[in-house]
Design a binder for this molecule. Structure first.
Ligand SMILES: *[C@@H]1O[C@H](CO)[C@@H](O)[C@H](O)[C@H]1NC(C)=O
Ligand SMILES: *[C@@H]1O[C@H](CO)[C@@H](O)[C@H](O)[C@H]1NC(C)=O
Ligand SMILES: *[C@@H]1O[C@H](CO)[C@@H](O)[C@H](O)[C@H]1NC(C)=O
Ligand SMILES: *[C@@H]1O[C@H](CO)[C@@H](O)[C@H](O)[C@H]1NC(C)=O
Ligand SMILES: *[C@@H]1O[C@H](CO)[C@@H](O)[C@H](O)[C@H]1NC(C)=O
Ligand SMILES: *[C@@H]1O[C@H](CO)[C@@H](O)[C@H](O)[C@H]1NC(C)=O
Ligand SMILES: *[C@@H]1O[C@H](CO)[C@@H](O)[C@H](O)[C@H]1NC(C)=O
Ligand SMILES: *[C@@H]1O[C@H](CO)[C@@H](O)[C@H](O)[C@H]1NC(C)=O
Ligand SMILES: *[C@@H]1O[C@H](CO)[C@@H](O)[C@H](O)[C@H]1NC(C)=O
Ligand SMILES: *[C@@H]1O[C@H](CO)[C@@H](O)[C@H](O)[C@H]1NC(C)=O
Ligand SMILES: *[C@@H]1O[C@H](CO)[C@@H](O)[C@H](O)[C@H]1NC(C)=O
Ligand SMILES: *[C@@H]1O[C@H](CO)[C@@H](O)[C@H](O)[C@H]1NC(C)=O
Length: 843
């Protein structure tokens, strides 16, 4: 096996890869580079205990150098003079007689010195030594043999991952709330899985980017996690991650004393409840001696909490803080995502965005010192653009953690390429100007601005059992960048991406340029074709959070309102006339958002309710900007499949094809978004697109206008997610239907790309065949539920709407186009329209 692989590598042919090693592939460098490269003769890891991150570092380095340079270095644990790579804590270096320079390392920091035939990697602690080793490996894997000497410290002590894995009941395989890559790697059948291979692989990925903690279960926590079987299982998870320096914590269900402990109350001040939690904490500590802490979501989205018992949120947080206090340095992460989801839109001043500050402002100083408040980056919920949560400006005596999402809950669920660091950096670089002083969010969450010992980062990552971890190879750049930014939030987002690309796909300039260009265009494009000007993501917020459904924002208690009517749109969050939200920011920032003139266009509708004809700083009206942005963003997405073709043959076929499939899908779904949002607001405002595009589709043939046999016309709900608001489905659940149309005088003889828009609903795998003049152009299956990992919909709607292309077809007027749809299961081969497109046209 091995010689064959080596031969392939030396010929420059890329062997198939499934993504399991992500950016830690340690792919062989080209032969000439390998030959001229020199590394020291041996590896010395100054700790022989197998659970030590220093030991792990030695093993990892051995494996890496073997892959990258085909060199098999011996690994020892005793210090030597002469050619070696030495890894250890600063103390271990000192105690083995090595003299290091004066260092200024803080928790988890490292010193890396590469000089000739001596490489020294010294960690402030064992974890730091492992992080330094991964940095060295990253250089080697990128073919970087520069001599460097530097120290590196993390920006903040808390750099965690949150997983929203459900420990579902017996008979199920742990689902993941907002996870898009298969079931849990931690849970199955109501238990912790036996084989924890993937868990330690996950810890390895985390360690390689400096992440040091994880909450393994969903914030909507299952109480059975605390029974004796599962506590022992948690101990096994912690054991699997410990060699990688990753500490484990869990989410708790506030109501556990009642539901699991059979007490009559969960009141945080009740003595029985206090003792119950003390006992749980002691048991947890028994299984997990280096327990990281607990994450608590309370009094949110119908979850119980201290408010249920007329206690403050601080009372609730401190209950846990005191229970874990005797057992080491574990912490309580209390989520600020507390709000009422039954507010009333008829009240102009009601505003969910106000909730976090309203609930937490007066609690500053009332939390124990091992409590930290975890705050989502924006006041609503991981939208494509939000202003920074104003709560960051209010907690000066309480540590804060910023909550980000790597899993793309509202941003395309990994089926759309969206490189997130540019979004994160707009948040982290925002200046809150607290007390008139510079107060960048990144300096608040590093603990620096308010002098907090506990501070940092948490990201909901939600990897699953899929070999690619996130379901999409390109989405892994977000995970990688998250760790890099938590370590150093001033890192450049393009530089991070280029490192990731070299490590993941190789150093070919074409690969780097292609991925960089697409990725850097992806967030602005996604914002453009989903929800722009600060209106939020405009997805289906009461459903899967995936496809377009702008009407779901309004008319319910969730408070993600747009207040769109026939004349105007946007939330009036001013102090003078609206919800008062803008006044939650420190004065300078508040006055910027209070006034329309000084509010940036991209947040206009977040802060102001304006007529569709309101003029933006660009000179366009709000509604024309909507139309243009949706066309522009969708047009950018159309270029992605074409851009990706540049790397064909430069990356392995397996990953090339998987990425190509998703980019092609995204291009089609971006058009669904574009048309749905534009049609919706055109319908609502009756204001025409100046460029005449909205509602005009010169190259389409609507399915409902075709000659149907065994097909029936249906109205699609929501209406805007079908072209012409209608579609067709088979009349029977078992017998095929046929839709036929003759090409009319629009179609001169020539070469066309034929696009078929259909609905790939969950519940069956309908099959389709497209014919021109009786000749088959191809077949396909409605099987996206097996391939995309997203929250599939059982209905024809904005989630299931999709497109497939048949390119370069010779056609002319009079030709007969026919689609045969064979239903399967509940999937009635639904069809929306066919576009017969002259080359270069998008419609
Ligand atoms: C070094 O490793 C050997 C086994 O290879 C072990 O016996 C010894 O205890 C280790 N020494 C230290 C200091 O860890
Ligand atoms: C070696 O690693 C073990 C496990 O992490 C740790 O307990 C021990 O203190 C380490 N020894 C030294 C000398 O650093
Ligand atoms: C390394 O060199 C130093 C100074 O020359 C010497 O004191 C030490 O014993 C040597 N260590 C080993 C393991 O040879
Ligand atoms: C590098 O190593 C060579 C041979 O071992 C030695 O002659 C040279 O002085 C070293 N250079 C540095 C900068 O240490
Ligand atoms: C090599 O790595 C060092 C340390 O990370 C970095 O400063 C330098 O820019 C890298 N060189 C190249 C050519 O990427
Ligand atoms: C703990 O809960 C799981 C279900 O989540 C169950 O299978 C197991 O038997 C329980 N163990 C005990 C000791 O109750
Ligand atoms: C909380 O206070 C309200 C109003 O003061 C009261 O009606 C309710 O019974 C109290 N609930 C509990 C659990 O004490
Ligand atoms: C919202 O408030 C209006 C006006 O006070 C009232 O008529 C309506 O019933 C309320 N809606 C809900 C769902 O409470
Ligand atoms: C002020 O608020 C009212 C609702 O209370 C709203 O109808 C009106 O449009 C707002 N005025 C402006 C100028 O935004
Ligand atoms: C987003 O839309 C705006 C307005 O139409 C346009 O100026 C910009 O180029 C677009 N950017 C992308 C990446 O789609
Ligand atoms: C479009 O808007 C009009 C009102 O302007 C409404 O009557 C009609 O039902 C809407 N169309 C659809 C398909 O909902
Ligand atoms: C056919 O499929 C539809 C959609 O899933 C379902 O609602 C309906 O009950 C099915 N009809 C029969 C006869 O099975």
């Amino acid at each position: 096996m091995r010689p064959v692989l080596l031969l392939l590598a030396s010929l420059g042919l890329a062997a198939a890869e499934n993504g399991i090693d992500a950016w830690l592939r340690y792919a062989a460098l080209p032969c000439d580079v390998r030959k001229s490269a020199s590394v020291p003769a041996r590896i010395v890891a100054l700790n022989g205990t197998q659970t030590s991150p220093v030991y792990t570092a030695g093993q990892e380095l051995h494996k890496g150098i073997q892959g990258i340079l085909h060199k098999d270095l011996p690994v020892t644990n005793t210090s030597v003079n002469g050619s070696s790579i030495t890894i250890g804590t600063v103390n271990a270096f000192a105690s083995t007689g090595h003299v290091l320079p004066e260092l200024d390392l803080t928790g988890d920091g490292f010193w890396l010195s590469i000089k000739n035939d001596s490489v020294q990697i010294a960690g402030q602690n064992e974890r730091g030594a492992l992080y330094g080793t991964f940095q060295y490996l990253s250089m080697l894997a990128q073919g970087n043999f520069t001599e460097v000497t530097y120290e590196s410290n993390p920006s903040a002590p808390i750099r965690w991952v949150n997983q929203w894995d459900n420990m579902d009941d017996t008979g199920t395989h742990g689902s993941i709330e907002r996870g898009y890559a298969g079931p849990s790697i931690f849970f199955a059948e109501g238990l912790i899985v036996e084989d924890l291979t993937r868990v330690s692989q996950y810890a390895r990925l985390m360690a390689s980017i400096g992440l040091n903690g994880i909450i393994v279960n969903n914030v909507n926590a299952n109480v059975n996690l605390l029974n004796s079987t599962n506590m022992a299982g948690l101990g096994r998870i912690a054991d699997a991650m410990r060699p990688w320096g990753v500490r484990m914590g869990i989410s708790l269900n506030f109501d556990s004393p009642r539901t699991l402990g059979k007490l009559t109350t969960a009141d945080p001040l009740d003595q029985g409840v206090i003792e119950w939690w003390d006992d749980i904490a002691t048991k947890l500590h028994g299984h997990v001696p280096d327990f990281a802490g607990v994450l608590v979501k309370a009094n949110s989205e119908s979850q119980p909490g201290p408010l249920t018992y007329n206690r403050t949120l601080a009372d609730g947080a401190n209950l846990f803080a005191r229970a874990i206090k005797p057992h080491g340095d574990a912490i309580v992460m209390f989520r600020a995502f507390v709000y009422d989801n039954t507010i009333n839109e008829t009240n102009w001043k009601a505003d969910r965005a106000n909730a976090a500050v309203d609930f937490f402002r007066d609690l500053d100083g009332k939390f124990d010192d091992n409590v930290i408040v975890q705050i989502k980056y924006g006041p609503i919920d991981f939208q494509v653009r939000e202003p920074v949560s104003p709560l960051f400006a209010h907690l000066e005596q309480t540590g804060t953690v910023i909550e980000l999402q790597v899993t793309q809950e509202y941003l395309g669920q990994q089926c759309h390429l969206v490189y997130l660091p540019p979004l994160w950096k707009t948040i982290l670089n925002f200046d809150m100007k607290v007390d008139g002083q510079p107060s960048l969010v990144r300096d608040i969450v590093s603990g620096e601005r308010f002098n907090q010992k506990l501070a940092g980062y948490a990201a909901v990552v939600n990897v699953g059992t899929d070999k690619s971890w996130l379901g999409s190879h390109l989405a892994m750049s977000n995970f990688y960048a998250y760790g890099r930014l938590a370590w150093n939030p001033t890192s450049d987002d393009v530089a991070i991406l280029e490192d990731w690309t070299r490590l993941t796909f190789g150093s070919d300039r074409t690969i780097i340029d292609t991925i960089t260009k697409m990725s850097m265009e992806s967030w602005p494009a996604h914002e453009n074709y989903t929800g722009n000007l600060g209106i939020q993501s405009l997805t289906d917020i009461t459903g899967p959070h995936y496809g377009p459904k702008p009407q779901s924002q309004d008319g319910n208690g969730w408070g993600q309102w747009t207040r769109a009517d026939a004349k105007s749109i946007g939330m009036d969050r001013t102090v003078w006339n609206g919800t008062g939200y803008s006044g939650q920011y420190p004065p300078e920032v508040a006055s910027m958002f209070e006034n329309i003139e000084s509010t940036p266009d991209d947040l206009l509708l977040w802060f102001h309710h304006v007529p569709y004809t309101q003029q933006l700083k660009s000179g366009k009206t709000v509604i024309q900007h909507f139309y243009d942005a949706h066309y522009d963003g969708a047009a950018v997405a159309q270029t992605f499949p074409e851009q990706w073709k540049a790397v064909k043959g430069l990356v392995d076929a397996e990953r090339y094809d998987e990425v190509a499939f998703r980019l092609e899908y995204q291009a089609g779904h971006a058009l669904v978004w574009r048309d749905a949002i534009n049609d919706f607001y055109f319908n609502m405002s009756s204001i025409k697109d100046e460029q005449g595009r909205v509602g005009n589709h010169p190259w389409r043939i609507e399915a409902e206008d075709m000659t149907l046999d065994g097909y029936t016309i249906i109205r699609v709900d929501p209406f805007e997610t079908a072209s012409g608001f209608h579609a067709i489905r088979t009349t029977s659940n078992t017998t095929a239907g046929t839709a036929t149309a003759k090409l009319d005088e629009r179609f001169e003889a020539g070469t066309y790309d034929i696009a078929v828009n259909y609905f790939d609903v969950k519940g069956g795998r309908a099959s389709y065949e497209l014919f021109l003049n009786g000749k088959s152009l191809g077949t396909w299956l409605g099987n996206h539920e097996d391939k995309l990992g997203y929250t599939a919909s059982p209905y024809p709607d904005g989630h299931s709407a999709t497109r497939i292309y048949f390119r370069g077809v010779e056609a002319a007027k009079g030709d007969v186009l026919k689609i045969v749809g064979q239903p399967d299961g509940g999937e009635q081969a639904p069809l929306d329209y066919v576009s017969v497109l002259p080359s270069g046209t998008i419609d």
